[in-house]
Design a protein around this ligand. Structure first.
Ligand code: NAD
Ligand code: UGA
Length: 428
């Protein structure tokens, strides 16, 4: 099939490359000329394992191309997938300006029979609204479907090609058939429903996963008080298939470009309908509390943070990504800075943005430089390489003896063996 993907961010670029891999002819469009130029030259604008190989292979085969020209991408496309950003507005609602602009930009070039698929995470009612808007701008017969995406950054290519399900929210049998055909080679259930339900499914999925993490963080804090170990508890409850193993890792609360904004959006939606959301609001509060608690435990262990040097390992909101949007690590660094600490930060891939940097924060090139003269180390992101730290080298570089392990990466016995005091989440 001929497909056009609008927006070449984490979702758009991965979807475009994966749809090409499935045999479709895909044109990816973005308003950012720098991004498109890079992609044309085979340079990835984001870090995502496996993506470069996939993009290069499909570009070489002629099934994947990049342009800033909307007409070139849209005019003979059977499916146009909208994957632009939908960030939070200041009041917690969704800023739809990018999405609406993208939808308007394609309208003049749509051919009869084209299906516009909302892949971005958008408020309930968007597909209907966008369909009305586009139909008012063109005489072409088009349908709009909701087709939310469930991939995780860091595992995006794998997740796109191996989804648990594909959700198709549709009001037209013809459009449903087109979408089922688009995903025919994905071996998973294609769940068809009405558009509003599909849109709410996406928010409900993210809110549920975020709540699950907040739940285990609440249990972790209790485990710290009563002398239990949350990792054993996670294993114990997760082996019940009704609960499930995934998303039971305690830590500094959830972050990233999606959970925080999508949870704000569902709470905002509920407010609009004067519908209380006590569980999801509590999950939000617990995510903030999880970060604060880590800093409080660190501060108690070294008396005061004022003037102290803290080495922080990790900036990305989780492993295998360069994304620092609403990263727990960035919040932890800000807390440390606000309490007067000097922070030496290392991350294998991600970098703090100018706005995230602030005074008394420096980026260093390896974990051992982050440890240089440090009073404490804080592991903020679960990069695999932090499991294999040379603890003797870390210890000899430091002036202190404390590891605050916000991701439970270092084995307690190893930390003790090297003479560290070791604070873990969910363990006394
Ligand atoms: P992103 O910020 O990485 O990328 C968005 C891209 O859209 C940018 O390259 C931007 O230049 C481009 N863009 C903006 N306006 C445009 C326009 N009018 N025409 C063409 N391109 C335009 O965003 P993302 O992380 O890929 O997220 C996109 C959407 O997918 C969001 O709604 C998000 O909630 C959802 N989502 C994201 C993930 C994820 O893991 N990041 C997973 C599932 C769903
Ligand atoms: C999340 C969802 O998992 C995807 O299904 C969804 O498509 C995506 O949001 C989205 O809508 O954009 P992502 O944000 O990439 O994906 O990353 P996750 O792996 O879900 O992690 C989110 C946050 O939760 C991270 O800060 C991570 O460290 C934290 N987390 C995750 C935990 O603290 N514990 C866990 O057990 C799992």
């Amino acid at each position: 099939m001929r497909v056009c993907v609008i927006g070449t961010g984490y979702v758009g670029l991965v979807s475009g490359a994966c749809l090409a891999e499935l045999g479709h002819h895909v044109v990816c469009v973005d308003v950012d000329p720098v991004k498109i130029e890079k992609l044309k030259n085979g340079v990835m604008p984001i870090y995502e394992p496996g993506l470069e190989e996939l993009v290069l292979r499909n570009a070489r085969s002629g099934r994947l191309s990049f342009t800033t020209d909307v007409a070139e991408g849209v005019s003979d496309a059977e499916v146009i997938s909208l994957g632009v950003g939908t960030p939070s507005a200041d009041d917690g609602s969704v800023d739809m300006s990018y999405f609406d602009a993208a939808a308007a930009s394609i309208a003049p070039y749509l051919q009869d029979g084209a299906v516009v698929a909302d892949k971005s995470t958008v408020p309930v009612g968007t597909a209907e609204r966008i369909e009305t808007m586009i139909r008012s701008m063109t005489s072409a017969k088009i349908d709009v479907v909701s087709n939310p995406e469930f991939l995780k950054e860091g595992f995006a290519v794998y997740d796109f090609l191996n989804p648990a399900r594909v959700i198709i929210g549709s009001a037209s049998e013809r459009a449903t058939d087109v979408m089922v055909h688009l995903y025919a080679y994905l071996d998973c259930p294609k769940i068809v429903m009405d558009r509003r339900s599909a849109e709410l499914t996406k928010y409900a999925a993210n809110a549920f996963l975020a709540t699950k993490i907040s739940f285990i963080n609440e249990i972790a804090h209790l485990a710290e008080e009563v002398g239990a170990d949350v990792e054993s508890v996670s294993k114990g409850i997760g082996s019940d298939p009704r609960i499930g193993k995934e998303f039971l890792r305690a830590g500094p609360g959830w972050g990233g470009s999606c959970f925080p904004k999508d949870v704000r959006a569902i709470v905002y939606l509920a407010d609009q309908h004067e519908h209380p959301m006590p569980i999801i609001r509590a999950a939000q509060a617990m995510s903030v509390r999880a970060r604060q608690r880590i800093i409080e435990r660190l501060e108690r262990a070294i008396d005061s943070l004022e003037g102290k040097k803290i080495g922080v390992l990790g900036v990305a909101f989780k492993q295998n990504t360069d994304d620092t949007r609403e990263s727990p690590a960035v919040d932890l660094i800000a807390f440390l800075r606000d309490r007067g600490a000097h922070v030496q930060v290392y991350d294998p891939i991600a970098r703090l943005t100018g706005a995230q940097m602030g005074d008394r924060v420096t980026h260093v090139v390896d974990p051992y430089e982050a440890a240089n003269q440090a009073h404490a180390m804080l592991i903020a992101t679960e990069w695999d390489e932090f499991r294999a730290l040379d603890l003797a080298r870390i210890k000899s570089a430091m002036v202190g003896d404390l590891i605050v392990d916000a991701r439970n990466m270092v084995r307690a016995e190893d930390a003790a063996h090297h003479g560290f005091r070791h604070i873990r989440v969910g363990r006394k």
